[in-house]
Design a protein around this ligand. Structure first.
Ligand code: AMP
Length: 214
């Protein structure tokens, strides 16, 4: 599969991407995970990105495009990829289009995960993420808790509430999404590439995506 996953923070892009990778061996590429890893490792990229991320703003396009330009060349992308959190602006989408054309890659589509705002707010405030930057498994204290409270099932590291999941940062992230990322739905619709999915349960979303790209 070669898909873009579009949707507001908390729409379920990460969870659905992880489920899809298990189906056909495509790799999940999450720019948010890459950036959080860089912040934790204290790299130059992490130092530059941290302030934007914690305030709920987008990291500058140039930084993201440098990351993605290299990431898409890696060998594991050959068996397919699920872009989770990229592109997030029209210039990023234009740049991605150019990268894929150069690589001779055609997308199966851009999936729009359309989830109501109240569901999103509830999910974001109850989400917990594994603090191990190599793992970053996602849990939800209500719907998908880890077996031991506060401990990742997969790697045993502590699970945490992300710095950008305070109420203030969440509000800003949703505003940023509406202003800068939501226009991508029309962008991909115009290219005849859009797959709209309204389901909220991850299983139903995965099923809808599979039948749309058959
Ligand atoms: P996410 O985990 O996808 O919600 O991303 C967390 C944060 O990382 C976002 O709020 C942005 O600050 C930053 N980020 C992730 N992906 C991008 C992107 N494609 N463009 C700009 N900033 C991004």
């Amino acid at each position: 599969m070669r898909l873009i996953l579009l949707g507001a923070p908390g729409a379920g892009k990460g969870t659905v991407a992880k489920m899809l990778t298990a189906i056909d061996g495509s790799v999940q590429i999450s720019t948010g995970d890459i950036l959080r890893g860089a912040v934790r490792d204290g790299t130059d990229l992490g130092k530059e990105a941290k302030g934007y991320m914690n305030s709920g703003a987008l990291v500058p396009d140039e930084l993201i495009l440098n990351i993605m330009g290299e990431r898409l060349l890696e060998d594991d992308c050959k068996s397919g990829f699920l872009l989770d959190g990229f592109p997030r602006t029209i210039p990023q989408a234009d740049a991605l289009g150019e990268m894929l054309t150069k690589l001779g890659i055609t997308l199966d589509g851009a999936v729009n995960l359309d989830v109501p705002r109240d569901v999103i707010l509830d999910r974001l405030t109850t989400r917990r993420t594994c603090s191990n930057s190599e793992c970053q498994a996602i849990y939800n204290v209500k719907s998908m808790p880890s077996k031991v409270d506060g401990v990742c099932d997969k790697c045993g590291s502590p699970t945490i509430q992300r710095d950008d999941e305070t109420e203030e940062a969440i509000t800003k992230r949703l505003e940023t999404f509406n202003e800068q990322t939501a226009p991508l739905v029309g962008y991909y619709e115009g290219k005849g590439n859009l797959i709209n999915v309204n389901a909220t349960s991850s299983d139903a979303v995965v099923e809808a995506i599979q039948s749309a790209i058959k």
